[in-house]
Design a protein around this ligand. Sequence first.
Ligand SMILES: Nc1ncnc2c1ncn2[C@@H]1O[C@H](COP(=O)(O)OP(=O)(O)OP(=O)(O)O)[C@@H](O)[C@H]1O
Ligand SMILES: [Mg+2]
Length: 240
Amino acid sequence: MEPVIELNNVWKIYKTGSIETPALRGVNLVVGRGDFISIMGPSGSGKSTLLNIIGLLDKPTRGEVRLAGRDISKLSGREMAYYRNYYLGFVFQRFNLVGRLTVRENIELPLIARGVPRSERLRMVVKALSMAGGDESWLEKKPTQLSGGQQQRVAIARAIVGNPLILLADEPTGNLDRASAKVVMETFQALNSRGLTIVLVTHDPEVANCSERIYVIRDGTIIESREPVKSRCITKTVGG
Ligand SMILES: Nc1ncnc2c1ncn2[C@@H]1O[C@H](COP(=O)(O)OP(=O)(O)OP(=O)(O)O)[C@@H](O)[C@H]1O
Ligand SMILES: [Mg+2]
C-alpha cells in the first residue's frame, strides 16, 4: 500500500520558559492510502500533538514527517498552506464552525481559499453536506440553530468538500450523544470505503473499533498496535 503519512522518529518538545515538556518521544507511524486508523491513549499522552503535526498545524522538534511522499520539513510556508488546503481535512471535538457565517458559507471556506467559482461551490457544498449526513434545509441557517450532532455533520462537510487525501479527526464524537456519534462513525466508514484515508483520535473504544487499526499512545510513544473488534463498533452497538 502506498504510504500517504510516514513519521520517522518524531519528537515534539514544548518549551515554556525553562520547562521542557516532551509530548512525543520518537514516534514511528506509516499510514497507507485508504487506511482508517484510530489513536487512543490517556489524556496528555500526545494524541493531539501527533495529529497537529500530521496536519501541518505544528512542526516536530526533530524527526521526519512525509505526506504523500514529500518531506514536509522542506516545504515553504506557501507549500504548507497548499498542502493543508488540498490534502487535509480537519474535524474537531468542538466543531470549530464560524458562528457569524451560515452553514453554506462555513462549508464553502476551503473552496473560497482555492478560488472555486460560486456556481460550482454550491454544487460541491450540497454534495459534501449530503455525504456527511446533513440536510439541504440547513444551508442558510447559522450553526447555533443546529444541534451538536448536526453541527458536527456540517464540520465534516467542510472537511471533505475539497476532496482531501486525508481526514484528520480529533475526538469528533467527544461532545456528542451516542446516536449522533453513531451517525458520525457511519459517515466516516462510508467516506473510508470511497477511498478517503482517515486518522481518528478518540477516548471511546466503541468509536476506535469502527476503524481498521488501533494504535495506543502513552507518554508520547506508540506502545501498541491492535486489530479493532468490529462487532463493538458504535454503529453496531447503538440502536436506531
Ligand atoms: N502548546 C503547548 N505548550 C506546552 N505544552 C503543551 C502544549 N500542547 C500540549 N502540551 C503538553 O504536551 C503533552 C501532550 O498533549 P496533547 O494535547 O497532545 O495530549 P492529548 O493526548 O491530546 O490529551 P487529551 O486526551 O487531554 O486531549 C501534555 O503534557 C500537554 O500538557
Ligand atoms: Mg487532545
